[in-house]
Design a protein around this ligand. Sequence first.
Ligand SMILES: Cc1cc2nc3c(=O)[nH]c(=O)nc-3n(C[C@H](O)[C@H](O)[C@H](O)COP(=O)(O)O)c2cc1C
Length: 321
Amino acid sequence: MERSRPFDPKDFRQALGMFATGVTIVTAQAADGMPVGVTANSFNSVSLQPPLVLWSLARNARSLEAFRSAGHWNVHVLANDQEALSNRFARAGEDKFAGLALEAGLTPAPLLGGCSARFQCRTMFEYEGGDHVIFVGEVLDYDRSDRAPLLYVTGGYALATRVAGAVATKGCTASDCTPYSEDLLGYLLGRAHYQFLAGVRPMLDRHGLSEADFFVLALLGVREPLDAAEIAAHTAYTGIDVGPVLLRSLVARGLLQDQPGQCWTLSAEGRDALLHVLAAAKAVEADIAERLGGIGTAALRNLLKQFIAASDPGLPKLWSM
Ligand SMILES: Cc1cc2nc3c(=O)[nH]c(=O)nc-3n(C[C@H](O)[C@H](O)[C@H](O)COP(=O)(O)O)c2cc1C
């Protein structure tokens, strides 16, 4: 059977890109003793018994001869915070290993740290694969961490998150049902916010703090001194009135200190209260993160950052100024 039609290379690549993969860096030691490494998403498992894996390398890769002659190579399954490392090993021509701490492995192949999993392999078979060479290796040793893996799909990096099957939307067919579903983002965000806050509220109460009080303390905890206009600019999006009355009340309760020029800083007491509430918030976060798992937590954080960027009304930058 002949190919049905001429393939447009870009379109063919895009079709292949619908298959989501992880991202790996494969390393080896060249005959001259220099380390080589490439970013590769062609990695896959082959066999459990014996333990075999494969990956393919472009024939025009500068490291091809090094991998062919090395006989051993290490596959590093990258973690979700290793995107920069992936980009570094995908660029030809730079010193890919500059500044990286290497660990000792079973073989001379360089071993990188901070990954989700690592497989130390020796070449078992080498196959011709068109414009690529396919390496099949026997796994001599492996290790893994609980770091969430980095994914690659439709030409970009992605994070894995499990499908929340248990909270799938229920159909709404009755004519009298409400015009929103449990998938409404506003509902999900609001409910998540209040459920999180419920865990922190006992500590707020212990220090006699309202949410508005805490907002001001948290703001000054990141940057101080701030004047009334700056505080208002940073808190406007909450709809909470952080005006002179609230600020005077915080000063009267010994939580803020007046500074020259109508500015405020945290008092020692205010900083202490802030640290207690933040510690409570971190404990709630740790508990939820454990239930969501490393992958779910990383994906949630990523999506919330994207949501905040997409809906940012133009707030002054709090951390980067
Ligand atoms: C996410 C990603 C996956 C890649 N996967 C492969 C792959 O499986 N095989 C390959 O030959 N190149 C792959 N590349 C491209 C190589 O990493 C890149 O061409 C690299 O510069 C080759 O290194 P070298 O020429 O210094 O040997 C990938 C690049 C990226 C960004």
